[in-house]
Design a protein around this ligand. Sequence first.
Ligand code: ADP
Length: 259
Amino acid sequence: QLDARVRITGRGELSRLGSSFNMMAEAVEQSERRQRQLIADVAHEMRTPLSNLRGYLEGLSDGVIEPSRELFVSLHEETMLQRRILDDLQVLALAEAGDLGYTKTPTDLAELVSGSVTAQRAVAAEAGVALTVDASTPMWAEADQDRIRQVLGNLLTNAIRYTDRDGQILVRVRAEDGEAVLTVQDTGVGIAASDVPHVFDRFWRADPARQRATGGTGLGLTIAHRIVTDHGGRISVESTQHVGTTFTVRLPATGLAFD
Ligand code: ADP
């Protein structure tokens, strides 16, 4: 690998220029390393669903596997998963390039949350999970509504996914220290303490074997983290295994919240 750094001698103007140059060279190298890692990660993630598909298709054409409705349903799911991985990657790539093109408008988060949760009610009901929303007080923030809906959607989908039947989910919007605070709390499987620092990492998923069946991509939280950060906010998680998980999103509230 090419080393672009220059050798620095003395402490004059020229050596300061040399230091700046070396810092830039380091930044370029770092971004190249990140790109190589991303490509390696994507190749790794796409390989399994693709080999599954290939295996089934070969079995079908060799006559080793009998065509059945269930088989076609699972092949379809496998292709949809790959599609979702690519869609999520595209959002992430745009966000990292600063090209997501946010359109931020004064938004009542309480109203946005109450409105978007409706779509997930049926999914929660089908999973046998009770979904409660506590978002009665208007809470204003500058937000790209579609993107913040996407954040909520990701958190809610996870909460439903990782909560067993008869569990509960509570979605709340409230004010705290001048911030608009959104929490999604579940009584689900939880996350091991040693795993918590990784949940926002790209493609990270607890216990891959178990997760396969849930149809997740391991990118939902990475995207949520990105969108919240791009809104000048923070996202955090607290979790206890077998007890439950709470994701908290804090956005700067606009003055309107206290009118
Ligand atoms: P996925 O598409 O796999 O859900 P995410 O990036 O949304 O990807 O989440 C990463 C991982 O974090 C999940 O695979 C799961 O292991 C864990 N996780 C996320 N949300 C929850 C939750 N509410 N309860 C338990 N584990 C969770």
